[in-house]
Design a protein around this ligand. Sequence first.
Ligand code: E4P
Length: 218
Amino acid sequence: MKFFIDTANLDQIREANDLGVLDGVTTNPSLMAKEQIKGEASIRQHYVDICNIVKGDVSAEVISTDFEGMIKEGRELAALHKQIVVKVPCTKDGIKAVKYFTDNGIRTNCTLVFSVGQALLAAKAGATYVSPFVGRLDDISTDGVELIRQIVDVYRYYEFPTQVLAASIRHTMHIIQCLEAGADVATCPLSAIMGLLKHPLTDAGLAQFLADHKKVNG
Ligand code: E4P
């Protein structure tokens, strides 16, 4: 299972990368706005800066909603850096754009996926990644992890190569549950990644080991 960090914050990306277990980064227009990255040139430079920190895939989302606009924007984003994966919303024009990018050797992340039907179309169009939003489904009393399980089952049965990228992860249990459901990737906030480390028995055990060592060695 691959671990992506879901942020446009360079300090958080560096911190996760320094841990040595980071496989990539996902961003979206809201995350870019949160960092106050304004204007096309700055946004594109920011994607390059992210690619220069991590070794893996970096999702850069198109803003256009029409097919032609998505193609133009996606081509420009993909040309920024070899690690860029073009993130495209799961709409009618988006699916057409994913197919176009697939046919032209550009990798894609089909985003804003909330159903097995949408995931099927993304896979048929050849998406590299499909991003079902776990947390946003949970927010409306629908089981987000169950959707991950269903998509994984369908993709495995029909042998689609599209990787299931569990998105909208809110906490550590989401990561564990998505892992158990067979997700290929989890994209998580830094807090959820760091939360995996926490265990009171680790802290207590380490304190005891150090105290015992000190008793004998001073
Ligand atoms: C990632 O690709 C998504 O854009 C992101 O995980 C959405 O998360 P949110 O629902 O917490 O905004």
